[in-house]
Design a binder for this molecule. Structure first.
Ligand code: GAP
Length: 456
């Protein structure tokens, strides 16, 4: 990651280069919603594809699902969300700004462990230490209250007879409720896992920092169902697999660390995050949680369906434990963009901005650039061949230098330039984004040349 990178620089690059736009921008925006543009959607899709390949495609014991966002409201009673999915919130009565009480304490008192504090203890702490509003500097707080994080909507057409339903705040419940379906239809033997990628929604008290914390986001979640005696091994295995994955995507080891949770949910045996050193500092990137048999036991109880597993080899009947691995696709996209960004000083004194994405993650793999407009016919032929295999960009406007810079800024690993020699000998110039080195290749060799360089 470039030490000059700030969140503002990244937001500006994202906006000007088509990665991410403000949600509903022409209406003045809609706070903490973001729209992925033509470049960003490719990057995020590639990240999701890489996750699916690593954790579903390459693992015969993992099965994918795509569950409904709206679920029977009983699901959220069973999961405990209706009762306790909330954060401690307080408002400044002077400037009306809203804060999370735990964040407020944490930011001023680095040694205080807010994770173990109750709502009342936070309230007392803020009063005793006269913690002031970071926005207006006054000490004029409402009491600390628990703020519900689930978005509610309603189903039904007759006024007054609507049922409350929730937008799911996590995708994993769709995996738990399909445990029996997947086990039966795929003839799966425990240990096995269910994975999915999908949207989640949270009415966050303090969303912000661009894609880091939003009210609508995508999660990539995997639940490993296993025998309790094997559960700690799988927990450690997923810690390693999660770390390997983000390193393989290009995040530097020095910007990653494990953070073991001290305060655990009553049912959990262990939990940790992988933290990344974002432009805003060290923050959670993903979670790995040992959830015991909480999820299946609760869904058994609330649905009345027995979710025990009968081991066909030992005849033992047991409720599997769950090891959960969960990572936000948007948050990971933010980390990948932060890591890739570089302001590179060139020998001629100029600076170029380059996004050093691994080629398999790059939004466009190849840009096809005719040196002059009258070469566009041949260039379009080359584009037609390459675009059957890879996501490609085509650009014939402006000087070749400017076009290279634009591709550097969106992280295109290879540029193919068509010139007058191309018409004579069917060769093109291939320019490498990182080294800026150029080589001359025959058109009929470039597909296999790029395939080798792009593979994940
Ligand atoms: N099912 C477990 C679960 O949802 P979590 O720690 O609340 O656990 C998992 O969320 C991951 O989802 C986080 O590590 C983060 O990557 C992502 N995430 C959570 N809330 C988010 C938000 N408001 N905006 C963007 N990403 C979020």
């Amino acid at each position: 990651m470039d030490k000059n990178l700030t969140m503002d620089k990244l937001v500006n690059l994202c906006k000007s280069r088509g990665f991410v736009f403000q949600g509903s921008e022409i209406y003045g925006g809609f706070a903490n919603t973001w729209d992925f543009g033509p470049v960003g959607v490719e990057l995020k899709n590639n990240i999701k594809k890489a996750w699916w390949k690593r954790f579903v495609q390459e693992d015969p014991q993992t099965f994918g699902v795509d569950a409904a966002i709206l679920m029977n409201p009983r699901v959220w009673e069973a999961s405990g969300h209706v009762q306790s999915f909330s954060d401690p919130q307080l408002d400044c009565k002077s400037c009306k700004y809203r804060f999370r009480a735990d964040n407020l304490i944490e930011e001023k008192f680095k040694d205080v462990d807010v994770e173990v504090m109750t709502t009342e203890e936070m309230q007392n702490f803020i009063e005793e230490h006269k913690v002031k509003c970071p926005h207006c500097g006054n000490f004029n707080w409402t009491p600390v209250r628990q703020f519900k994080l689930m978005f509610e909507t309603s189903r039904g057409t007759v006024e007054g007879e609507k049922d409350v339903v929730y937008l799911r705040p996590e995708t994993c419940q769709g995996e738990y409720v399909n445990f029996l379906n997947v086990q039966r239809t795929m003839r799966a033997k425990v240990p096995f896992a269910i994975a999915q990628i999908g949207k989640s929604f949270r009415n966050e008290i303090t969303p912000g920092n661009f894609l880091f914390r939003t009210v609508e986001f995508e999660q990539m979640e995997l639940q490993k169902f296993c025998h309790p005696k094997d559960s700690m091994d799988f927990y450690n295995d997923y810690k390693k697999r999660a770390m390997d994955f983000v390193c393989d995507l290009g995040l530097e080891k020095e910007n990653l660390r494990f953070h073991d949770h001290e305060k655990l949910a009553h049912y959990a045996k262990a939990a940790c995050d992988i933290q990344y050193n974002f432009p805003i500092g060290w923050q959670e990137l993903n979670g790995i949680h040992h959830r015991g048999d909480w999820d299946l036991s609760r869904h058994s109880e609330f649905s009345g369906k027995n979710m025990e597993y009968l081991d066909p080899f030992t005849n033992e009947k047991f409720l599997p434990n769950v090891i959960e691995y969960s990572i936000g696709a948007d948050r990971l996209t933010l980390a990948i963009m932060s890591e890739a960004y570089e302001e590179e000083k060139l020998e001629n004194g100029e600076t170029r901005v380059v996004m050093h994405f691994k080629p398999f993650l790059a939004p466009f793999k190849v840009a096809v650039l005719p040196l002059q407009k009258n070469l566009s016919e041949k260039a379009k032929e080359v584009y037609a061949v390459l675009s059957k295999e890879f996501m490609c960009d085509y650009d014939e406007a402006g000087s070749i230098g400017k076009r290279y810079r634009r591709q550097d800024e969106i992280g295109t690993p290879f540029c193919v330039t068509i010139d007058f020699d191309t018409l004579e000998d069917d060769t093109v110039t291939v320019r490498d984004r990182d080294t800026m080195a150029q080589e001359r290749l025959k058109i009929d060799t470039i597909v296999s040349y790029f395939e080798k360089k792009i593979k994940f």
